[in-house]
Design a protein around this ligand. Structure first.
Ligand code: ADP
Ligand code: MG
Length: 259
């Protein structure tokens, strides 16, 4: 992979710059890294969907998002792109630990998100892990956990590890893996590191299936200094409750494409 150019921007877009991109309709109009642009191009993503167009100018500035758009509207790229861009611009490396956590209600959906992450992150060299429970390769996984940059997980599994392995330390391990490598972890000690971006996908479903307490407990254990992106198909009262716990002055975005 080519080295990061010396003049690559560091940190999120200036807050007042988002309006410059609010009229963008194509991904290529956004100030994304070449690596991300190449990943999108290779997957034939060129024109943004409404939720992507409405949220990316804000989320790329580092703002918290509470987004609602119906199923199939393209919410996944609306949070995968900001995570990858944020870590890239902050020159996040294998030694920096977990920089992003994506929480999904089911194993199946988490697996799908992981596939999109691999697509968009194809030309980046971040590492990512899928933590969905039901797998047993604990010892091997422990060796890799601290080198992971992005975790995709279900709430129960996430909390289980936060509770059961709070002091596990593998900070001496410094390995680099590409996003294409898929590690299924059973250990979450890397959460002791500072998270940069927290995503709740299908937040309404997560609440529906009774994860509310779990999520509150997870959020309580995470550092306060982070960007939070919360996406769901509907904007319900209980989501607003959750948002109050975890979002800072969020941008409320609700998109209803020609229903
Ligand atoms: P949601 O999470 O809102 O239900 P997804 O993120 O799963 O929607 O996307 C639904 C489908 O639309 C997927 O097949 C995805 O590949 C596709 N898609 C998303 N964004 C775009 C885009 N900008 N251009 C073309 N297809 C897209
Ligand atoms: Mg989705």
């Amino acid at each position: 992979l080519p080295p990061l150019p010396k003049d690559a921007p560091i940190g999120p877009l200036q807050d007042d710059k988002f309006s410059r991109y609010s009229g963008a309709t194509m991904f290529k109009e956004l100030p994304l890294s070449k690596r991300t642009q190449d990943g999108l191009k290779r997957a034939n993503f060129s024109k943004m969907t409404d939720i992507q167009r409405a949220s990316l100018p804000h989320s790329l500035c580092g703002r918290d998002i509470l987004g609602a758009a119906k199923t199939g509207s393209g919410k996944t790229l609306a949070f995968i792109i900001p995570i990858v861009e944020k870590l890239y611009k902050e020159r996040w490396g294998s030694e920096d630990g977990v920089g992003g956590i994506i929480i999904s209600p089911t194993r199946e959906l988490a697996g799908q998100l992981f596939d999109v992450l691999k697509t968009v992150g194809k030309f980046h060299n971040f590492s990512a892990g899928l933590l969905i429970g039901g797998r047993k390769e604990v010892e091997m996984e422990k060796e890799h956990v601290n080198a992971l940059n992005i975790l995709v997980c279900t709430p129960g599994r996430l909390l289980q590890h936060m509770d059961e392995t709070p002091n596990f330390d593998c900070s001496q391990l410094q390995k680099t893996f590409v996003v294409e490598s898929c590690f299924v972890l059973s250990d979450l000690s890397a959460l002791l590191a500072i998270e940069q971006v927290l995503v709740l996908d299908e937040a309404d479903r997560i609440l529906d299936v009774g994860f509310k307490k779990t999520l509150n407990a997870i959020v309580a254990q995470l550092p306060k200094c982070r960007q939070t992106l919360l996406f769901s198909a509907t904007q319900t009262k209980s989501i607003q409750d959750l948002a109050r716990l975890s979002l800072k002055d969020p941008e409320y975005i609700s998109v209803h494409e020609d229903a």
